[in-house]
Design a binder for this molecule. Structure first.
Ligand code: 3HC
Length: 309
């Protein structure tokens, strides 16, 4: 069975929920898809922090739409994870107990309005680079969720970059605010692509199963090459003294990532880890009545259908 499974993967066939799959393939997908979903939902917090303080009604409406989109992305991805035989309750429980991660970048504080721009521009750009590649992942429900999510991400990235561009066309204080945001969000955005390929615990198998289609470093390099050009275009300085265009490679060389910081943050000791999780636990508890009402409605609807049949 395992050999024919790999033959299907090698033939670029999509694996669907009812297909046979190695248990480790299933567990890897549950791990990655659930952490992706958690990231979408926790990622609403740093930006949501600025909805009531947006500088104009238009910026407020745009930010509201983006944060609402992220909740929807979480929903698509939780639904994709549930096709692998795990319940929503189990997924949320793994988040709350720390058994399941979410993207380290969301454990940094959003201190100024420019951070909303930097998050939209840098974080959503990184997400797009990764998610475009995941549209070809071997698991059908995940690939289809990615196609839908990618359609919305470009608006997310564009509105963030527009905030940064507007600030850079502003006064000295606004330009300094934009540069400060880039200084704080640049390196954590590079960490979004995970450890270097040689240090990645999962990449080799995930690439073999075509869950991952491109390596962490390959995706990161594409991201750096495009983000640096975007920064230069609006007069921002990337906070990396080692950054230099390498004509021979046709890419930017860049400095070393602080993997000690990365490990600290993914182990729960980042600036906002406790706050982010506590907020999610509290919001989840407050929402129990909604879930109970929906479950009750669904039960009634099913029994009415049953009686009518
Ligand atoms: N933050 C937190 N944990 C990370 C991480 C990060 N940036 N990068 C890697 N890790 C973790 C991995 O989860 C793994 O830990 P685990 O075994 O407990 O799951 C460990 O570090 C080793 O990393 P690997 O590279 O070996 O792990 P993966 O093969 O899973 O690759 C990944 C990591 C590239 C993040 C991959 O899981 C992936 O592509 N995930 C889907 C994309 C995703 O989750 N993006 C998160 C951001 S979503 C977002 O930004 C939404 C936007 O709209 C705002």
């Amino acid at each position: 069975m395992t050999r024919s499974f790999q033959t299907r993967i090698d033939a670029e066939q999509k694996i669907e929920p009812k297909d046979w799959m190695p248990e480790k393939y299933r567990q890897t997908l549950i791990r990655q898809i659930s952490q992706h979903a958690h990231s979408e939902v926790i990622g609403e917090q740093p930006e949501g922090n600025w909805i009531t303080r947006a500088p104009s009604l238009e910026r407020k409406a745009i930010l509201l739409a983006k944060v609402q989109d992220e909740a929807g992305h979480g929903l698509y991805l939780y639904a994709a994870a549930e096709t692998l035989g795990i319940t929503r309750e189990e997924l949320i429980d793994r988040l709350h107990t720390g058994a399941s991660k979410y993207a380290s970048i969301f454990n940094y504080p959003s201190l100024t309005w420019a951070d909303v721009g930097a998050i939209g521009w840098l974080v959503d750009s990184a997400a797009i680079v990764n998610q475009v590649s995941l549209q070809n992942t071997s698991y059908g429900p995940y690939a289809r969720a990615m196609v839908r999510i990618c359609k919305e991400e470009s608006f997310h990235q564009r509105q963030g970059y527009n905030i940064m561009m507007t600030l850079m066309q502003g006064n000295e204080q606004q330009r300094a605010m934009a540069q400060d945001a880039l200084d704080r969000w640049w390196w954590p955005s590079l960490m979004m692509f995970g450890p270097h390929d040689g240090e990645s615990a999962h990449s080799a198998q995930s690439m073999k199963w075509k869950i991952k289609r491109r390596s962490n470093d390959d995706l990161r390099q594409q991201y750096v090459d495009q983000a640096v050009q975007q920064a230069l275009a609006i007069g921002l300085k990337v906070p990396d003294p080692a950054l230099a265009w390498n004509e021979e490679r046709g890419h930017y060389d860049f400095g070393d990532i602080d993997w000690e910081e990365f490990e600290r943050v993914i182990k729960g000791n980042g600036p906002c880890n406790r706050q982010r999780l506590a907020h999610h636990v509290e919001a989840h508890a407050e929402g129990v009545w909604v879930r109970e009402a929906m479950a009750c409605y669904d039960k009634k609807r099913r029994s009415r259908r049953h009686d009518a049949a």
